[in-house]
Design a protein around this ligand. Structure first.
Ligand code: NAG
Ligand code: NAG
Ligand code: NAG
Ligand code: CA
Ligand code: CA
Length: 504
C-alpha cells in the first residue's frame, strides 16, 4: 500500500554487471551505510539498499544459498496446530507446502471455472508474465453497488498522506560521502549522472512523484548543472545540497496530482459477522484461486478504493522483493526479528471493478509479456513507463474497467517446489488517470510468506488466538499494525480506532 515501503521496484541486482558488484563489496559493510543511503536518496533508493544487501549476503561467510535457504532446506513440516485447534487446523496440502497455481496456457486462452452454484464463469488469460487472468461477471451489479455502499458507510480516507521528511541529520551523523552515493547512482559508469539514473532511484521523494521535468527544474533552481549539459558530473553532484533540494521541492507546493497516488480507500472486514456479500466474495476468491481457505481467510481485509476524476496510481509492485533482512508485514509478529526492511507479501492480487468508468481509469501492466525486464529501460527519452498520468498508452497491456469484472494475478513466481518464490517483476501495474466519472475498485490480497516456516508459525498463532475466543479483536490488532505501517509509516502510534474494520 504505502508506496514508500511496500513497493520497492527492486531488480537492481539483476541488472548490475559483475565487476560492479565486486567493486562495491568493500564499501558495503555496515548497516549505517544502508540507512544513510536510504535517507539520503529516499524512497526508491530501496533498490540500492536491496542491491547492497544482496552483495553483502552473497559475499558473506559461507552463505551462497540465497535469502530463503532455510525454506528450501526445510526437510519436515513444522507442527501446525493440527491437534489443538480444530476450527482452523491447516489442511495437509499446506503442510506439504503445495500452493495451487493456475495454468495460463497461452494469452487469450479461456477456461471455465465454477465460482457460484449453478453458474459457470469464463476466465481468460491476459498475459503469462505476470500470470494474469480476467473473469467477467465475477460480481453482479447489485453486489458491486452494495460493496460501494458499505465502503461509503464506513468512510474513506486519503490513500496517500504527505510524508514528513527527516533524515538528513542522520546522513550527517553517519558520514557517507557524496562520492559513494554518486557511484551507486552512476549505473552505466560513465562518470556522469544521466536524468534517468537520478530518477530511477528517486522517482519518489517524500511521496512526491518526480518527472524528468521536475529534475530539470530543480537543477535550474539550484544552479546544479552550470555547464547545462543535463548531466551531473561528480563535481556538480558534490555541490548539490540535499536539504536545498528538499527545500526547493517543498517551496513549489504540491498538488495531489503530483503524488504517487491520488485516491481514497477503506478496508472492509470479511470474516465472521461481516455482511454476507463480503463473505461470499471471499469464498469466491478461494474457489477462483484454489488456495487453502485458511490462508485466504487470514489475509488482508477487502480494500475498496475510489478514484475521482484526475485520480491515478503510478505503476508499482504490490509486494516487495524478499531479501535476507526483509520480513512480511503479516507474519512479522511471529517472525521475532527486528529489521528495518518490511514489505507486504501478497502472493495474489484479485482486483474487481465495482463500476464501469466513463473515461480512463484502465489498469495498466506496462511490461506484461515483455521479452525482457530491465529497470533502466522504464525511462526512455523522457517517457517514464511508470507514469500513469502521462504514459499509460505506451505500456504493453491495459484493462478497461467493466463493472463486475475481476482480474487476478500472481505477484510472485513459484519456487519450483510448490511454494512462493521470487517477486515477479513483470507484475508491475498501475491505475491510469481517470478522465471522466469516478472509478471504484475492490482489492483482495492473499498474503503468503515466502518463508514457509514463518507462514506456518503465523497460522499457528492465528489458530491459537481463535481457540482463545478472542477473534473479534484478533484481526484488528494484527491489521492495525499492518495498515498503520503501510498507510502512515512514521506515525503508527496515532492510528485511530476509526480506521479499523470492526464496525462492518
Ligand atoms: C545546504 O542548504 C541549507 C539550506 O538551504 C543551508 O543552510 C546549508 O548551509 C547548505 N549546506 C551546504 C553544505 O551548502
Ligand atoms: C524471540 O526473541 C526473544 C527476545 O529477543 C527471545 O527471548 C525469544 O527466545 C525469541 N523467540 C523465538 C521463538 O525465537
Ligand atoms: C522490453 O523488451 C525489449 C526487448 O527485449 C527490451 O529492449 C526493453 O528494454 C524491454 N523493456 C523493459 C522496460 O524492460
Ligand atoms: Ca551515468
Ligand atoms: Ca553537467
Amino acid at each position: 500500500m504505502d508506496p514508500q515501503r511496500a513497493e520497492p521496484l527492486g531488480s537492481a541486482e539483476l541488472s548490475m554487471p559483475r565487476d560492479r558488484l565486486a567493486l562495491q563489496k568493500n564499501s558495503v559493510c555496515s548497516r549505517s551505510y544502508f540507512l544513510v543511503v536510504m535517507v539520503f536518496v529516499h524512497v526508491y533508493i530501496i533498490n540500492v539498499i536491496a542491491l547492497l544487501l544482496y552483495v553483502h549476503y552473497n559475499n558473506g561467510p559461507g552463505d551462497n544459498s540465497g535469502p530463503l535457504s532455510d525454506v528450501t532446506s526445510a526437510a519436515e513440516p513444522p507442527e501446525v496446530g493440527s491437534h489443538t485447534h480444530p476450527p482452523r487446523a491447516p489442511e495437509p496440502s499446506v503442510v506439504n507446502r503445495h500452493l495451487h497455481r493456475m495454468e495460463g496456457i497461452r494469452v487469450g486462452h479461456v477456461q471455465k471455472v465454477q465460482l457460484t452454484p449453478g453458474r459457470v464463469h469464463e476466465m481468460k488469460t491476459l498475459s503469462l508474465k505476470p500470470l494474469l487472468f480476467e473473469i467477467p461477471g465475477f460480481l453482479s451489479e447489485e453486489e458491486c453497488r452494495l460493496i460501494i455502499h458499505l465502503a461509503k458507510l464506513k468512510g474513506l480516507q486519503e490513500s496517500q498522506v504527505m510524508i514528513p521528511e527527516g533524515g538528513d541529520e542522520l546522513a550527517e551523523q553517519l558520514q557517507i560521502s557524496q562520492e559513494e552515493i554518486f557511484h551507486l547512482l552512476d549505473h552505466n559508469r560513465d562518470g556522469q549522472l544521466q536524468l534517468k539514473e537520478v530518477l530511477t532511484h528517486s522517482r519518489v521523494r517524500d511521496g512526491i512523484w518526480l518527472t524528468p521535468e521536475n529534475i530539470r527544474e530543480v537543477y535550474a533552481g539550484l544552479k546544479a548543472d552550470p555547464d547545462g549539459d543535463g548531466l551531473l558530473s561528480l563535481e556538480e553532484f558534490k555541490k548539490l545540497n540535499s536539504s536545498a533540494f528538499q527545500h526547493f521541492m517543498q517551496q513549489r507546493g504540491v498538488e495531489k496530482s503530483q503524488l504517487v497516488r491520488n485516491s481514497k480507500h477503506t478496508w472492509l472486514y470479511q470474516g465472521e459477522g461481516a455482511h454476507h456479500v463480503l463473505r461470499q466474495l471471499r469464498q469466491r476468491v478461494i474457489r477462483l484461486t484454489r488456495l487453502p481457505s485458511w490462508i485466504v481467510e487470514n489475509s488482508e481485509p477487502l480494500q475498496v478504493v475510489r478514484y475521482d476524476r484526475g485520480g491515478h496510481y503510478h505503476a508499482h509492485h504490490d509486494s516487495g522483493p524478499l531479501y535476507p533482512e526483509t520480513v512480511c508485514y503479516h507474519t512479522k509478529l511471529t517472525a521475532n526479528a527486528s529489521t528495518p526492511f518490511e514489505t507486504s507479501c501478497r502472493y495474489v492480487t484479485v482486483l474487481v471493478y465495482l463500476n464501469s468508468v466513463p473515461g480512463g481509469g484502465e489498469t495498466t501492466f506496462p511490461v506484461a509479456d515483455n521479452r525482457t525486464y530491465e529497470e533502466m529501460s522504464l525511462i526512455q527519452n523522457d517517457v517514464d513507463l511508470l507514469d500513469t498520468r502521462k504514459h499509460c498508452d505506451k505500456g504493453n497491456l491495459r484493462v478497461k474497467p467493466t463493472q463486475g469484472t475481476a482480474i487476478f494475478w500472481y505477484n510472485y513466481l513459484s519456487d519450483g517446489k510448490g511454494w512462493v518464490g521470487d517477486l515477479d517483476e513483470y507484475s508491475l501495474h498501475g491505475g491510469c488517470v481517470v478522465t471522466q466519472g469516478t472509478k471504484w475498485i475492490a482489492n483482495n490480497w492473499i498474503n503468503v510468506d515466502p518463508d514457509f516456516h514463518r507462514q506456518a508459525q503465523f497460522q499457528q498463532l492465528m489458530a491459537d488466538l481463535d481457540s482463545r475466543e478472542v477473534h473479534e479483536n484478533r484481526d484488528d490488532e494484527l491489521y492495525r499494525d499492518m495498515q498503520a505501517e503501510r498507510d502512515h509509516p512514521q506515525k503508527n502510534k496515532v492510528y485511530s480506532d476509526q480506521d479499523l474494520h470492526q464496525d462492518l
